[in-house]
Design a protein around this ligand. Structure first.
Ligand SMILES: *Cc1c(COP(=O)(O)O)cnc(C)c1O
Length: 395
């Protein structure tokens, strides 16, 4: 086993980092790449760097590297903007593919921004669209022939529950609906075969398991045979067939590039590019096996040593992503105490203590040491300290 690859990350001493599902750790090559892009490329080359440093090709070059990790062909993944925007674009394109249907189907465990973006888009379009959000376990049966688009996040951000991508996509297609997968908690965490699923669209972010850093650009996949059917909602010049022809009217690129919008974030893309070097050396199946082993160990240790915490994630491997969540009534304060004692996870309202398992930089020793601290926080009720009760803006 060649994991973990801790030597490829800059992690602070004395910290056990169980939050790579929310913000991946800093890869060692990232800072020097950013320094080079800022100092040499921007500083010395100035605007020439769009050509001399090939900044212009960077968004699609990085897209190709992500494509490999999600089972997509080269050229089918564009990068840029934020995931919220990519959800909006995919949803708009998908709705236009089913003009006679009026229902968007998601689930009530989906990340809020995905649902907010859907509601915002519905309001912009008018035409009486309806968003349905049944419980995740009921979503497959809710796919009827009224549904235009099924918009789901494969791995639930709160509980780590994982949808069956192949089965749900097939149900959607059997009912004539378009399928969009949000891979925010999948890309870089587990093997994804988006082309094999035959889904029309996928979107995701790169600052979680892909370690692209805060504000790293999002990505969007469109099934290659559909690209020419996509009429972009956000018709930006970087999605134009010839941006520098400066034509008066929008003419979309004949590739996934039509889902780009404006000028790409070169510094962030470069950092992401450096972060993706790590994945060149590792197979996603290997990451998945290590993640499940660490998660199983964590569940066993917490259940044995921390009574009062209730598992909120599925036990079954096929139904779980790369995070494990426990419910605890005083979860917010307990998480603050835990972080204060060097074990970083996070909290999601109302009572979820969430722990991400990123086998690139975690091993069994970290898991056991993390549970040692958690056990103390719970057994000695360290969370009762008033300093752990006040909520910060970011939990
Ligand atoms: C993290 C996450 C987001 C975040 O969207 P941003 O636009 O990057 O802030 C959206 N959707 C899901 C499912 C997420 O997990």
């Amino acid at each position: 086993m060649s994991l973990p690859k801790k030597h490829l990350f800059d992690l602070p001493d004395g910290v056990i980092y169980l939050d790579g599902n929310s913000l991946g750790a800093l890869p060692k090559g990232a800072a020097s790449r950013a320094a080079e892009v800022i100092g040499r490329e921007w500083g010395q080359e100035l605007i020439r760097a769009w050509n001399t440093a090939d900044w212009m090709a960077l968004p699609m070059r990085v897209g190709d590297r992500i494509a490999r990790l999600i089972g997509a062909p080269a050229g089918s993944v564009a990068t840029g903007d934020t995931l919220s925007i990519k959800v909006y674009q995919a949803l708009d394109a998908a709705l236009k593919m089913r003009p006679d249907r009026r229902v968007i189907l998601s689930d009530n465990g989906n990340f809020p921004t995905d649902l907010y973006m859907a509601e915002g888009l519905m309001e912009t379009i008018g035409k009486g669209y309806e968003l349905r959000t049944p419980a995740p376990e009921d979503v497959a049966d809710a796919i009827t022939d009224e549904v235009a688009v099924v918009l789901l996040t494969e791995v639930d951000y709160r509980t780590g529950r994982k949808h069956d991508m192949a089965a749900i996509t097939k149900r959607a297609h059997d009912s004539g609906a378009v399928m969009i997968w949000d891979l925010a908690h999948s890309a870089g965490a587990l093997p994804v075969n988006i082309a094999g699923s035959n889904a029309e669209f996928a979107v995701g972010c790169t600052y979680k398991y892909l370690n692209g850093g805060p504000g790293a650009p999002a990505f969007i996949y469109a099934r290659p045979d559909l690209v020419e059917e996509i009429s972009p909602a956000l018709a930006g010049w970087m999605g134009h067939d010839a941006p520098f022809a400066m034509e008066r009217h929008y003419r979309p690129a004949m590739s996934t590039e039509r889902l780009r919008v404006g000028t790409p974030p070169i510094v962030q893309l470069s950092i992401l590019d450096a972060a993706l070097d790590i994945f060149d050396e590792i197979d996603m199946e290997e990451i998945r096996a290590a993640s499940l082993a660490l998660s199983d160990l964590f569940i066993a240790e917490v259940e044995a040593r921390c009574p009062g915490l209730t598992l909120a994630s599925p036990r079954d491997h096929a139904s779980r992503g790369s995070q494990v969540s426990f419910r605890f009534e005083h979860g917010y304060a307990a998480m603050q105490a835990l972080i204060d004692h060097g074990v970083i996870g996070d909290f999601r309202a109302p009572d979820i203590m969430r722990f991400g398992f990123t086998p690139l930089y975690l091993d069994a020793g970290d898991v056991r040491a993390g549970v040692d601290v958690l056990e103390r926080v719970i057994a000695e009720e360290l969370w009762r300290d008033p300093k752990y009760q006040t909520k910060s803006r970011v939990t």
